[in-house]
Design a protein around this ligand. Structure first.
Ligand code: XLS
Ligand code: NI
Ligand code: NI
Length: 436
């Protein structure tokens, strides 16, 4: 069959000195780092919505991207070409996974039934492409934010008919994700939040969202979906406030609504920035709570307040991410999904391919750096040592939870207590730099 992207070459590792813009300098899939290959550590994924549908629009301008299907008018035919294009590009880039929203891959319909019919056709095509290409599904999700019916949210809509429609849509998206062998399923709130408190009953909205996710979890079990369910934090945008603000807010939410056993987090770099956190903070929190599931790998611009979803090229950031991921024992069923879009002036297919190469190389270097820090041991050793006091004496009693306020007062009354250890922040920052 005719290729969608005949001019895109196979991208392979050529080493740091190559001048070839279509080669990897650092991502060497089979190179061992610690006990696993780079491919096993990094588990890259392409985001269908950005890489196939992104046109470079912004609030001030229309499409700039030039793509092979631009002159095709039948929406179902466009959908077929794009899905084939995705399998080609991921294969040429040796990206093992992709992710999609239901309405990214097939046109919507007048009714849910009609939308499902369109989706079923593309799912059939996707299954046959999986026989031809090695690309697999990292996760599926439902687009519960684009259509006007979702203007006030989906599970948190004040209108129960919207809640019901959204439930039907997610039911189908779960079925389709299972059918395509998806390793995970993602819930991203979309517009689950509010624009103004003046018209909002937060208690009811949160309870409805908790119920919605309980039903989704139950249905996933009912159909025997054995992938991991994930929920993605984002504090704002498109709405002013979203309930899944950050990992800590979601952790509280999961506990209240009985979801801690079944849901983990899909954490996105730019959403951490929007929440006023570093991505390392978000990954670290999820790691210590045992809910680090997968990563939407991108980066924001700290000078812009938007979710700009840029390709990850900041080595300092990817090193900090890979450090947390390695300490987590890896991403397990998750992966590094490039939820990232090329800039508006990067409108060619070459830009799209080279953006993925840049992201993959930056994560490969981040992995090497982070593995260096862990094998060297000084940094993790410093942290362990900093809390050494909790291993004996009064510290051990505190760790064992075998003391009361009265015991501690008695212990402290006549002592001169002065914490002696330096935090050594500047030294540790320069220690990190040694591995970059
Ligand atoms: C948008 C989100 C979205 C999710 C999937 O900001 O990142 O793309 O990853 O719905
Ligand atoms: Ni995302
Ligand atoms: Ni984003």
């Amino acid at each position: 069959m005719k290729q969608v992207f005949p001019d895109v070459p196979d991208v392979r590792f050529e080493g740091p000195d190559t001048k070839n813009p279509f080669a990897f300098r650092y991502y060497d899939a089979n190179r061992k780092v610690g006990d696993k290959t780079m491919a096993e550590h990094l588990r890259f994924s392409m985001a269908y919505w950005h890489s196939m549908n992104g046109g470079g629009t912004d609030p001030f301008g229309t499409v700039t991207a030039v793509r092979p299907w631009d002159s095709v008018t039948d929406p179902m035919e466009v959908a077929r070409i794009k899905m084939r294009g995705l399998f080609e590009l991921t294969t040429k880039l040796t990206i093992p996974y992709f992710c999609f929203h239901d309405r990214d891959v097939a046109p919507d319909g007048e009714t849910l039934r009609e939308a499902n019919r369109n989706l079923d056709e593309i799912v059939g095509l996707t299954k046959s492409l999986m026989e031809e290409f090695p690309t697999r599904l990292l996760w599926g999700t439902a687009r519960l934010f684009f259509h006007p019916r979702y203007m006030n949210g989906a599970a948190t809509s004040p209108d129960p008919t919207v809640f019901a429609y959204a439930a039907g849509q997610v039911k189908k998206a779960l079925e389709v994700t299972k059918e395509l062998g998806g390793t995970n399923y993602v819930f991203w709130g979309g517009r689950e939040g509010y624009e103004t408190i003046l018209n909002t009953d937060m208690g009811r909205e949160l309870d409805n969202m908790g119920f919605f996710l309980n039903m989704a979890r139950d249905y996933a079990k009912e159909i025997g979906f054995d992938g991991q369910l994930l929920i993605e934090p984002k504090p704002m945008e498109p709405t002013k406030h979203q309930y899944d603000t950050d990992t800590a807010a979601i952790w509280g939410f999961l506990q209240e609504y009985g979801l801690t056993d079944d849901l983990k987090l899909n954490i996105e770099t730019n959403h951490a920035t929007l929440a006023g956190h570093t991505i390392q903070h978000e990954l670290h929190f999820a790691r210590v709570k045992g809910i680090l599931g997968s990563v939407d790998a991108n980066q924001g611009d700290t000078l812009l307040g938007w979710d700009t979803d840029q390709f990850p090229t900041d080595l300092y950031v990817t090193s900090s991410m890979m450090y947390e991921i390695l300490l987590n024992g890896g991403l397990h069923s998750g992966g590094l999904n490039f939820d990232a879009k090329v800039r508006r002036p990067s409108y060619t297919v070459d830009d799209l391919v080279q953006a993925h190469i840049a992201g993959m190389d930056t994560f490969a270097r981040g992995l090497i750096a982070a593995n260096g820090m862990i094998e060297d041991g000084e940094l993790p050793g410093f942290v362990a040592d900093r809390y050494r006091g909790y291993q004996d004496g009064i510290g051990k009693q505190i760790s064992d939870r075998s003391v009361t306020f009265t015991d501690l007062e008695a212990w402290a009354l006549d002592k001169k207590v002065m914490h002696p250890a330096s935090g050594r922040q500047e030294y540790l920052e320069s220690l990190v730099n040694r591995f970059l």
